[in-house]
Design a protein. Structure first.
Length: 146
């Protein structure tokens, strides 16, 4: 019995470390993204003070929508047609919420930036994401040569 408890305890600690490492990794990526956007948009301290609360709130809400969308896909072989229909309706509702969230985000940004600078933000985010994926693939290729 003690061995089972010890194994469970060790397993839980490993899971906790993994979750902690994942959170630390996320924090590093967020810091890199913050620096990349700040530099790319050439944000003044005054603009940054206004921009980051809007940007972070938007991303937090989008992440929550993403998690809601991907929360319960389950085993598609055992799903009823009624459940599938409900899932489709929920997906459409999430997409609608995402659209409304983006509209509000762009509207809020217009209080501090020109439309041109908002488009520049989108371009900078896309560049950052492409670079992040490229870096991930390169590291993954080094760690797992085929």
């Amino acid at each position: 019995m003690k061995k089972i408890l010890l194994i469970c305890f060790l397993f839980l600690n490993i899971l906790q470390l993994s979750a902690q490492e994942k959170e630390e990794h996320r924090a590093k990526i967020k810091a890199l993204k913050t620096a990349y956007i700040t530099e790319g948009l050439k944000l003044s301290p005054q603009d940054a003070e206004k921009f980051w609360p809007i940007y972070n709130a938007f991303n937090d809400k989008r992440r929550a929508l993403y998690q809601k969308e991907h929360a319960d896909l389950g085993d598609m072989e055992c799903i009823s047609e009624e459940k599938a229909e409900n899932m489709l309706q929920e997906y459409v509702e999430i997409e609608k919420q995402d659209y409304l969230l983006k509209r509000k985000f762009f509207s809020d940004l217009r209080t501090i930036f020109s439309a041109k600078k908002i488009i520049q933000l989108k371009k900078i985010e896309d560049e950052f994401n492409r670079n992040l994926i490229k870096e991930y693939r390169e590291r993954h290729a080094k760690d797992n040569p085929s």
